[in-house]
Design a binder for this molecule. Structure first.
Ligand code: ZN
Length: 48
């Protein structure tokens, strides 16, 4: 499924293709501002 990750620093969203929910708890680097953040449920949006 396709997830949308919202950067907590700059509020930009990035698409992320995931086969499952293993992205949760991982660290992700924002492609816009370069900051790393932990992928929590609050930053995940699922596309419809
Ligand atoms: Zn960012």
């Amino acid at each position: 499924m396709m997830l949308l990750l919202k950067c907590p620093a700059c509020k930009n969203t990035m698409k992320y293709r995931s086969q499952d929910s293993s992205i949760r708890g991982k660290a992700k680097r924002c492609v816009y501002c370069g900051r790393s953040y932990q992928v929590r449920p609050a930053v995940i949006s699922t596309t419809t």
